[in-house]
Structures are given as C-alpha cells and as structure tokens.
Design a protein around this ligand. Structure first.
Ligand code: ADP
Ligand code: MG
Length: 488
C-alpha cells in the first residue's frame, strides 16, 4: 500500500530492493563451535570446520535456526518446516574453501512484510525471503605495508540474509525500511545491530524506468553499513543511471561500491565487477548437511516466547496512555526508546509530556552530541522527576529546559535542588500574585482600556508585564486565568 504515487526524478521512477545481512547473535558459529566474538586477534577463531578442511563436517547451530524462526514470526512470514542448505561456489581471497553454505531454492523464511512511515505516508515492503548462511572472512588492507592480510575469524559467523521485493521508490523509503528492519532485529534480540562492526549491512539494488515501463536493469551497491551512506549511495546511483540513459547509454547489470568521499564529498558509485547471475554460482544442495527440519512444536515454543512487538506496543500506548499515534510510534522506534519510555512513565501521570520531551529536548541534545539513547546523561528516572515538576506547576517549561540543561551538563542529578539553586520555582501563591496583578492593572489603565475595546494584543502585553515583574517566576497559565477573571 504505497499510498502515494512515487515521486519522479528527472522524469524517471526509481525502483529499489534491499538485501540485508544481519549477523545473528549466537555465541558460536553457524556450523562449528568456534567463538563469534568480535575483535579477537586475526585467525584465532577459525576452526577446521569453518575452513572446510578435509575430514570435517558442519553441524547446524540450533540458536541460529531459532533466531531465524523468531524473525519469520515477527514479520508474518511462512517458516518453512523443511529447508535446504546449498553451496554457492565462487572463489575470493576471504573464502579460501571455494564455496559459501547458504540456502537457495528453499529458504527457511518465506514472505513477510515490513511496515514503516515516511513523512505522513505509510509504506509496506514485502519480503521475498530470509535465509540462513555463513559469513566469509575479511581482507585487511590496512597495517600490512602494501600487502593484504586475510582474517578468517568471521568465516562461519551466522547470517540471516533478508531479501526484499523491489517495492521501494525512493532513497528515503529505502533508508527508513533499513532503519525499521534494524530496529526489529535488535528488538527481537537476534542481532546486536552494531553497524560499525558490520553486524548489519545492506546491499541496495537500484534501477530506474519511465513510468509505466517494465523494470529497468539494476545495479547492486554492496556493503552499505550506515543509513546515511545507504541513502547517499542510492541518490548517487540514481543520477548516474539517469545521466547514462539520457546520454543514449544502457545500464549494464553490475556490482558497484560506494565511495562517499569522491567528487569533494558528493560521492560516487563505481563498478567493482559485472554482476554474476545465479547460474554462475553452480548452486547445489550441500552433501554434508541434511535438510533443516523444524518441528511444529519448536515453532510454537518460539511463538510463545516472542516479546511484544513494536507495533503492538505502540497500539497499547495509544489505548492505555492516550498517546497520539505519532508519539506512540516515536517512543517505540527502537528497543532502547521503548525501555526508556516505559521506565520514565512508571508511576508518572504525564506520559504525553514524557513523549514530548523524548521527541523534543532529549532527541535534540542526543543528536547534537551524537549519542545514542542509552548514552544519555539524563536517565529516565531523572527525566520523570523533572516532568513531575512541570506537571505540578513547580517549574515552567522554560525553567524546565534550564534544569534539563544543567542535568545534561552533569551539574547535579537532583531536580528539586537545581530548581531552587537556579531560582526557577514558579510563584503559585495566588494571594501574592493577586496583589501584584491589581497593582499592575492600576498602573496600566491604557492597556486595560484597549483590551476592553477588543484588542487581544493588549492582554498579551499585560501577561508579559506580569511575567517581567516576577522575573519569569509566575506561572503563565495562572497569570492568564487571574487576569481574565479580573478583567471580566
Ligand atoms: P541476486 O541474488 O542475484 O542479487 P535477486 O533476483 O534475488 O538477485 O534480487 C536481489 C534483489 O534485487 C532483491 O531485493 C530484489 O527486490 C531486487 N531487484 C530485482 N529486480 C530489481 C530491479 N529491476 N530494480 C531494483 N531492484 C531489483
Ligand atoms: Mg544480490
């Protein structure tokens, strides 16, 4: 349900499908007992099985299968109870055994959808499949004085490759799809989501066509490991393809790499090799591995242990807390957000304020400092304490922002002490305010007359005077209320 017609770029419609590799968070590899721990000294975690040395046999890791099932259930896919491992044959320095164990004709997860919102538009991207496979090793081009080193520690790390249908029509949609998928695999606890370490990486297939025409030929941009690069790379690729076609050329199927620093930071997608077709890989069923058979009761056990999913949680927040849909979506955008929100609203009477602060001040500060939510210097309990003081009119919104700033800078973690130290306690004493307003009205008869003559501006001027007279400590809502009463 791509609710709006897709936007055209220079008269072309863009078509995008993503292949995403999520490293599954098992302690050991997909077919061997060696550790998957990131960052070990090169080649200390590659066992004979990972290298397929003669006389070894792979043995399926149940934890990897379980994670695939969890994913399949979360996206509403069919979990195949009988699937097959195949060998994908190719040679590359980081794959000395000459083949990758993957799934080809019968993957473990079939179909499913990912839903997300871009702007105000809801999008649904269909998944073709998600299959289990092993990762390859890594070529290390740094630190080897002009030589390339091969580290096989990553060989055999379990991957779930999630393949989407070509359902996306802009780079923004592709980035949002990737973010949603990333949040989901982290939420499900099947992948640590660490993009710097390569735990979650995307290949973007991009083509362009004139509206109404069949799909154009795609090029595949490999190994994008940040959402920003994903979007930039697709944007570059779109322009490149349109330039080529407009110059009378024809797009050739190819695998390309994105260089974000080329052309003074505008970036460039450069062909790495012409793209292989499936038949080039000579897929055949792996003779070392029996079919993967998943019993019904295993699927049911996994289903019973599923966490509440983000969409269900968002609906619950709307129902139980009266949050608007937009806010509910925002506070469930990641597992970390949901945990923060739940902690901050525990025993708090103002969930809407918590959502406002999370989307506003907190998001702004995190963004400015390039921090993630779990690195926030202001934790949920502290934010809740501050919001309680806004809700009971102890501080104004303005005052609260000053307190938040002090909390952020680490001046103190005691909200009440900060309010007092900064003299931000609002005057809620009606008697005193009453006297002050009477004086004010007596001294500003001109504004009073103007207001009575229907000038709303004059009223605002009076509120402003009152705030000034109290050095901003009066509660503006109370000032407004009292003034209206006095002026009739
Ligand atoms: P392969 O494994 O050879 O890369 P697939 O046919 O499985 O190929 O497709 C891979 C990805 O390419 C999928 O995500 C699919 O949605 C996408 N795709 C297929 N055709 C197009 C196209 N014409 N334009 C953009 N993406 C496409
Ligand atoms: Mg591909």
């Amino acid at each position: 349900m791509n609710a709006t017609a897709s936007q055209l770029i220079r008269g072309y419609e863009v078509v995008i499908g993503l292949e995403t590799h999520a490293q599954l968070s098992t302690a050991s590899k997909i077919f061997s007992g060696s550790s998957t721990q990131f960052g070990a000294a090169p080649n200390t975690q590659a066992s004979p099985v990972d290298l397929a040395l003669p006389g070894t046999l792979p043995v399926m890791n149940r934890g990897a299968v379980e994670r695939a099932i969890r994913f399949g259930l979360a996206v509403g896919a069919k979990v195949a109870q009988h699937s097959i491992f195949a060998r994908k044959n190719y040679f590359y320095p980081d794959l000395p055994k000459g083949y990758q164990i993957s799934q080809y004709e019968t993957p473990v997860v079939q179909g499913g959808v990912i839903e997300f919102v871009v702007g105000d538009t809801a999008h649904k991207v269909h998944l073709t499949r998600a299959h289990l496979e092993e990762d390859a090793g890594k070529s290390l081009h740094e630190d080897y004085a002009g030589q390339t080193g091969i580290d096989l520690n990553r060989a055999g790390t379990p991957l779930l490759e999630i393949v989407s249908e070509p359902d996306m029509r802009s780079s923004a949609e592709a980035a949002e799809y990737a973010k949603t998928l990333h949040a989901l695999v982290v939420w499900l606890d099947i992948c640590d989501g660490n993009m710097q370490e390569g735990s979650f990486r995307c290949d973007a297939n991009v083509s362009v066509r004139k509206p109404g025409m069949p799909y154009g030929t795609r090029r595949e941009i490999k190994n994008l490991n940040s959402f920003k690069f994903l979007q930039q790379a697709i944007d570059c690729e779109i322009q490149w393809q349109i330039d080529l076609i407009e110059d009378g050329g024809e797009v050739q199927q190819a695998t390309v790499l994105f260089n974000p620093t080329a052309h003074g930071g505008r970036g460039e997608t450069r062909a790495m090799r012409s793209k292989e077709d499936a038949h080039d890989y000579r897929y055949f069923p792996d003779p070392d591995l029996p079919p993967l058979v998943i019993a019904t009761d295993w699927i049911e056990r996994v289903r019973a242990a599923m966490p509440e999913l983000p969409q269900a949680m968002a609906v619950r927040f709307q129902r139980e807390l009266g949050l608007p849909a937009y806010d509910a979506l925002a506070v469930t955008q990641s597992k970390a957000h949901a945990a923060y929100f739940e902690a901050a609203t525990k025993g708090c009477q103002a969930p809407k304020l918590v959502a406002n602060w999370m989307m506003g001040e907190l998001a702004r500060r995190l963004n400015a400092d390039s921090r993630s939510l779990d690195q926030s210097p202001v934790g949920p309990a502290t934010l809740a304490a501050l919001i309680a003081r806004i809700a009971d009119s102890t501080v104004s919104n303005n005052g609260a922002r000053q307190v938040f700033d002090a909390l952020w800078q680490g001046e103190s973690t005691d909200v009440d002490a900060l309010i007092d130290a900064k003299g931000l306690r609002q005057q809620n004493d009606t008697g005193e305010l009453d006297r002050l307003l009477d004086e004010l009205l007596a001294a500003n008869t001109k504004s009073v007359d103007e207001y009575r003559a229907g000038k709303e501006k004059a009223f605002n001027a009076l509120v402003g005077q009152a705030m000034k007279a109290t050095q901003g400590k009066a509660n503006p809502a109370r000032v407004t209320e009292l003034l209206r009463k006095k002026l009739g």
